[in-house]
Design a protein around this ligand. Structure first.
Ligand SMILES: Nc1nc2c(ncn2[C@@H]2O[C@H](COP(=O)(O)OP(=O)(O)O)[C@@H](O)[C@H]2O)c(=O)[nH]1
Ligand SMILES: [Mg+2]
Length: 427
């Protein structure tokens, strides 16, 4: 999608797919009032709903009788002049009113998410709220809805705005300190380190907030280990049917297989991976590389390999416990054949997952927000240990750029395209 062309007035059906009881058509932009007036004859008082006969301009034909509400910008959903038509919700009615509107000068049909994008561009919401809205539109469970409300509610935005103000003030003070240094007149610049350390601490605290991905996409449980350890068999045993191919041939699973399952009301994504081993096979080598990526992205890692190679934090499993094991390998004894240990493993995974899941109303961070917040925190950690005002000012700037990227003030065009592409038309 090209950057929003603010000169256009955009029009779309914002309510559900016709036929429906009512169809809410929204029209936003500089020509919104003129276009609406052309159809409705006159506009009601701002923010008051009033019934109007809707006609196609230049013709006497009545299209509909509709409630019309005019919202003068900038205090509107989009930040622009905005008009809502609450029409009858039949397909033909909605189409006729939409068609008459887009015939008006400067008007066109909106792209998906374009109303929300304008809200962002005009500062009515920030990126954290827009992302929360996207989650809200996609929410299917009550926990998801509550979490999305917390994300869309603006609490994060207020905190970011406050941090930004403080960073700007600190930067200004650092500039003063740089001037002091130039003058060398014996006066000492104020020590910024306590204030920087304090800000860093607040950011570090938010970094411990739960992540949204387990709730949004399911908790990623990655099963990894050497070839033939029984990874695919274990996954099949857990999901209860043969999803992954199992053979005695080492290197059978070559790609990453993701299986969504719900266990005890928690959404999981079980991830089967290619076994780790040295291989000359090109395809298998790619699979092994992906497996290593999965190990890094895991929320919970189930390790079927040797304990001395176990990645930190993984659940150690001694697989094929039904076979006589020459040496005690340590970890949870488990057999996909006899079923030994499978329930214990599931219980352990569930317990770990419950600790990862956001509880509902609290603020959550997505991967991008977490990374950027971590960048800001790291910059402030460095700033707090520096004494050269010039370097401090540079670190403060780095922190602010990261904060601005979270709220969408800086360098996020690509992200906006992909975010708003996911919105429905009329949102
Ligand atoms: N006896 C026994 N054999 C198993 C068990 N799990 C897997 N196997 C066998 O070990 C071989 C490799 O299993 P597979 O699940 O494909 O291992 P992967 O390469 O780690 O995915 C197959 O022949 C399986 O039938 C188990 O718990 N007990
Ligand atoms: Mg396998």
């Amino acid at each position: 999608m090209p950057p929003t062309e603010a000169a256009d007035t955009i029009v779309a059906l914002s309510s559900g797919r016709p036929p429906a009881g009512i169809g809410v058509i929204r029209c936003s932009g500089p020509q919104a009032f003129a276009a609406a007036q052309a159809l409705a004859g006159s506009l009601p008082e701002p923010r008051l709903a009033s019934l109007r006969h809707i006609r196609r301009p230049g013709s006497d034909m009545l299209l509909d009788e509709a409630l019309v509400i005019a919202f003068p910008g900038p205090r509107t959903a989009t930040g622009e002049d905005l008009v809502e038509f609450h029409c009858h919700g039949g397909r033909a009615t909605v189409d006729a009113v939409l068609a008459a509107l887009v015939e008006q000068p400067g008007c066109r049909i909106a792209q998906p998410g374009e109303f929300t994008r304008r809200a962002l561009v005009n500062g009515r919401i920030d990126l954290t709220e827009a992302e929360g809205l996207a989650d809200l539109l996609a929410a299917e469970t009550e926990v998801q809805r509550r979490s999305a409300m917390a994300r869309a509610g603006g609490a994060f935005r207020r905190r970011l705005d406050e941090w930004r103000e403080r960073l700007l003030a600190l930067s200004a003070q650092a500039e003063v300190a740089i001037d002091y240094a130039d003058e060398e007149d014996g006066e000492t610049a104020p020590d910024l380190r306590p204030a920087i350390a304090h800000l860093r601490q607040e950011i570090a605290l938010l970094l411990t907030a739960p992540r949204v991905e387990p709730l949004r996409d399911g908790v990623r449980v990655v099963v990894a280990g050497p070839t033939n350890a029984g990874k695919s068999s274990l996954i099949n045993r857990i999901v209860g049917y043969d999803k992954a191919i199992v053979t005695p041939i080492a290197g059978t699973t070559r790609d990453v297989i993701e299986i969504p399952v719900s266990i005890g009301g928690i959404p999981f994504l079980l991830v089967d991976t290619a076994g780790l081993r040295a291989t000359g096979d090109e395809v298998e080598a790619i699979g092994i590389r992906r497996a290593k990526e999965q190990i890094e992205q895991a929320d919970i890692l189930v390790w079927l390999g040797s304990p001395c190679e176990k990645p930190a934090g993984a659940i150690q499993v001694a697989s094929k416990s039904d076979l006589a094991q020459p040496a005690e390998r340590g970890g949870l004894r488990l057999s996909s054949v006899s079923g030994e240990g499978v329930q214990e493993l599931i219980a352990e995974v569930r317990q770990r997952a419950a600790a990862l899941m956001p509880k509902g109303d609290e603020l959550t961070l997505d991967r991008r927000q977490f990374r950027l917040l971590g960048d800001a925190e790291a910059a402030l950690t460095r700033a707090a240990s520096l004494s050269d005002a010039l370097l401090v000012a540079e670190e403060l700037r780095t922190a602010r750029v990261a904060i601005d990227a979270i709220s969408g003030r800086a360098g996020v065009e690509d992200l906006l395209d992909s975010l708003f592409g996911k919105f429905c038309l009329g949102k």
